[in-house]
Design a protein around this ligand. Structure first.
Ligand code: ATP
Length: 834
């Protein structure tokens, strides 16, 4: 019985506790308390303000009268806030903190407004700020106006300020107190805004004085006669700037690196093979068939010492914030997307293997033999040439020949097979003429090809100093230059080639270059690997760099059905990103992220920092064979639209046939990489021209974007090297999960039409119906885009439209059929319905 009672008691006390908690959580209670606080702070303001004028008169009453006298009606207090107001003001101002007590009422008002939900503020920040100001000003006034305590009713610093400042003076002396006040004030300003540091630095370096001096100097210079002025500045030229500075300014002004023509200098891997005729370079006496050569050793790309990248490149505080009328975040400092993983260290170049035979060398005997064979073959067909120059690349040598006047180019082009026969070599390619040079090129494979190591590419100055958004280092050109592209500008890439010719190595080179340059906050990969073995080495960096579906178990997608879902989910992500871009009034991800970093986009409205997403699909052919249109359609959609929102695709296939690389795919993948293929027709499918069939394999490739393909030897980044790099990244702290792509509810898999409640139509139902009928396009993403709503709501709307007979049933990822021909038809249907 007693036990029963005690349980009852506990239950009762628990329910009482719950009730009290509910009262404290009640929004109305919050509002009332907030209102009381605001009104109280106004009352205090009145009391404090009045105290300045009536304090002297009231002081004797407050000091001498007892509480009963003060409570009486005729207490004689003059303060507008009455005797209690006068008491409070006297206590807080004179006995406590002096005039800095105003900060108390500032805090009370802010707290009240927060409780009333009038303003969203961080209360603890206000509390700390107001408390510090209260104490600091109290000490400051107490110290600075110590004399005033003797003959005024008002103690500016209050007793608190007076006592503390006296004690401080006794400890550190008057100068010491000034210093303490200065240091604490600076610390507080730094706490308020990090810009203080920049401002102070400028102050200490006296840069403003220098600027002023410079301006004066310039003014004076403008007045002096020209012959006495500095020739650089007087004639409006820029002063010579150190190279490093030039690079920096270039980056700011224009993202696209401008190719500055180098002073004409013979590359070191070029050999000029002079024929009997007179050449411009080195006149040689004509002697029949004799060819002299100028040989220069190849110039390997300098690999700079491995410099550890600083963990976090803090965005500069000097970046001007873009004013946005709609939103200005409360935080002052720019948003730092890398902050979550601020200690992340980029992989270093020494994780890659060093190859001994990577240095290009020249085999003179081979060069002479090739030269003779080319000259003799051409001569046997009646073609005389005036010069021949050889450029020795890592795997191929380019012989540039200048035919004698009157020789038709097509004649040389037709001799491709004969030259190949006479050189008894595979992979001869004739470029007639070499674009922009007016010579004819004959590419001949070297008998001893060199490996282009990943280290020499990733460690190259060009790559390290690149300012591309998504830099991809593919390999080296025939002139031994590092060949780099910006995936952002491509914006999608198709990689094709027969099996065993270097595709997987090429994909590794692409992914690795991005891993070397990007922070996990800035880039996410979606890796699709139907072969299940190619990308498994990347699974360890799931929490750093990979994106997947929320219910996906593996971040590396190997299952075809999951591929379809993932691609559709990327389409949803793309649509969402477009909506956010639209809301932010920007045109692309770069501008959007800049705005977000400058805190001019409100995260509470769904704005977030957008990482680039790179989708890499290996064995695309397999996918098309198994899933057909289901994968082709989302891929085409992403390819057409995703550029602006930072989603890029790289698809690879070993079956370069027209049923795999269809017109749609080709139209949307302007950048193509072709490794060796067996037939000319395959080369035409990939590149729209022959050439890939004449490559020599093992990473020899043609890169096409725009007019002419470039022959590149792909960097060799082997699986163990990739494993080392991924291990290095995986060892570091990552995000708690992979990057989650939005959930995708299949158009037909979302909900059963039987569940659709036509009695509770979505408020957007009529508008959505009109939109669909006007556009004659039953597409969920159209509804999503136009009304800026999520996928699930748009899907529900579509189900309601179907049930109302306005659109037909779902047809996979294709748009639904619209069953109303025009708005009149729709109106009739709506009238029947509503
Ligand atoms: N850039 C390169 N430099 C030197 N050798 C290379 C290069 N690329 C590939 N190879 C050689 O070719 C072999 C096959 O390369 P890779 O595995 O990339 O071919 P693949 O086209 O992906 O073949 P598959 O389609 O069967 O996967 C490699 O093991 C390597 O020996």
């Amino acid at each position: 019985m007693a036990k029963k009672n005690s349980t009852k008691d506990t239950e009762q006390s628990l329910s009482l506790f719950g009730k009290i908690r509910a009262i404290f959580k009640n929004e109305t209670i919050h509002f009332i308390v907030g209102l009381v606080l605001v009104i109280f702070s106004v009352y205090l303001l009145l009391a404090f303000s009045s105290f300045f004028f009536t304090g002297a008169a009231d002081q004797s009453i407050i000091d001498s009268a007892n509480s009963q006298e003060l409570a009486s009606v005729n207490n004689g207090v003059k303060n507008y806030a009455g005797s209690r107001g006068a008491q409070l003001a006297n206590y807080l101002i004179n006995d406590c903190f002096g005039i800095s007590s105003f900060f108390i009422l500032v805090f009370l008002a802010v707290a009240g407004l927060k409780l009333m939900r009038v303003r969203v503020v961080r209360l603890w920040k206000w509390f700390i700020g107001c408390s510090l100001l209260l104490i600091w000003f109290s000490v400051f006034f107490g110290f600075a106006f110590v004399e005033q305590y003797q003959d005024s009713f008002l103690y500016l610093g209050g007793m608190h300020g007076y006592n503390i400042s006296r004690w401080l003076v006794s400890q550190v002396g008057t100068p010491g107190v000034w210093m303490i006040l200065l240091v604490t004030a600076i610390c507080f300003l730094i706490y308020l805004s990090a810009r203080t540091v920049i401002w102070l630095r400028k102050l200490f370096s006296l840069s403003f004085l220098k600027r002023k001096q410079k301006e004066e100097e310039e003014k004076e210079e403008g007045e002096t006669p020209e012959e006495f002025t500095d020739s650089w500045t007087a004639k409006g030229k820029k002063k010579p700037v150190p190279a490093s500075e030039v690079a920096e300014t270039d980056i700011k002004e224009d993202e696209t690196p401008v190719e500055v023509p180098e002073p004409v200098e013979e590359p070191e891997n070029e050999i000029t093979l002079d024929l009997g005729g007179v050449t411009e370079k080195e006149p040689v006496k004509p002697s029949h068939g004799e060819v002299s050569m100028i040989i220069e050793t190849p110039a390997p790309d300098p690999v700079p010492p491995v410099v550890e990248k600083p963990a976090v490149a803090e965005p500069s505080f000097e970046v001007e914030t873009v004013e946005d009328e709609e939103y200005k975040g409360p935080e002052k400092e720019p948003y730092n997307p890398r902050l979550d993983l601020e200690n992340y260290r980029f992989p270093s170049v020494d994780l890659m293997k060093h190859y001994d035979n990577a240095e290009p060398t020249i085999d003179m005997a081979e060069q002479n033999a090739n030269k003779d064979k080319i000259i003799n073959t051409l001569r046997s067909f009646g073609i005389e040439i005036s010069t021949i120059k050889a450029t020795v690349g890592p795997t191929v040598t380019l012989y540039e020949i200048t035919p004698e006047q009157g020789v038709r180019i097509s004649k040389i082009r037709g001799l491709e097979d004969d030259i190949a026969l006479s050189l008894s070599a595979l992979g001869i390619r004739i470029i007639a003429p070499i674009p922009g040079k007016g010579t004819i090129g004959i590419e001949v494979p070297n008998s001893n090809p060199k490996i282009v190591s990943g280290q020499s590419i990733i460690g190259s100055k060009k790559f390290q100093e690149s300012t591309y958004d998504l830099p991809v280092a593919l390999g080296k050109t025939i002139t031994n230059e590092v060949f780099m592209v910006d995936l952002c500008k491509m914006p999608h890439m198709l990689v094709a080639g027969a099996t065993g010719q270097g595709k997987s190595v090429g994909l590794n080179a692409i992914i690795t270059s991005l891993l070397y340059k990007k922070h996990p906050a800035e880039l996410k990969f979606v890796l699709v690997d139907p072969k299940k073995v190619e990308f498994s080495i990347y699974s360890v960096i799931e929490h750093h760099f990979l994106a997947k579906l929320p219910d996906g178990e593996d971040a590396i997608i190997t299952d075809v059905t999951k591929v379809v879902q993932t691609l559709n989910s990327i389409c949803v992500e793309m649509d969402t990103r477009y909506d956010l871009l639209k809301a932010a009034h920007v045109r692309n991800i770069k501008e959007y992220n800049e705005k977000f970093i400058n805190r001019t986009l409100n995260p509470e409205k769904g704005h977030k920092f957008m990482p680039y997403i790179v989708v890499v699909i290996d064995e695309f052919g397999d996918l098309i064979m198994t899933a057909g249109k289901e994968v082709e359609l989302p891929i085409a959609r992403i390819a057409q639209l995703a550029r602006a929102v930072g989603i890029h695709m790289i698809i690879a296939t070993q079956r370069p046939t027209t049923n795999i690389i269809t017109g749609t795919i080709k139209a949307n993948f302007p950048a193509r990489v072709a490794f060796r293929v067996s037939a000319m027709i395959d080369s035409r499918t990939i590149l729209d021209r022959p050439g890939a069939n004449q490559l020599i394999g093992r990473g020899d490739m043609l890169f096409l974007q725009g007019a002419d393909p470039v022959r590149v030897q792909c960097a060799f980044i082997d699986t163990p090297e990739v494993a080392e790099i991924t291990k290095f990244i995986a060892k570091q702290q990552g995000y708690p999960t992979a990057f989650y792509l939005p959930e995708y509810v299949g158009e037909d898999g979302g909900s059963d039409l039987g569940d659709v409640d036509m009695g509770r139509l979505d408020p957007l139902f009529e508008d959505a119906a009109r939109l669909i009928v006007i556009h004659q396009q039953g597409s969920t993403s159209l509804i999503q885009r136009k009304f800026a709503i999520g996928y699930n709501r748009a899907g529900r709307l579509m189900d309601q439209l179907e049930k109302a007979g306005i659109v037909g049933p779902a047809q996979g990822s294709k748009a639904r059929e619209v069953l109303c021909v025009d708005e009149n038809d729709l109106q009739m249907r709506l009238n029947n319905l509503l």
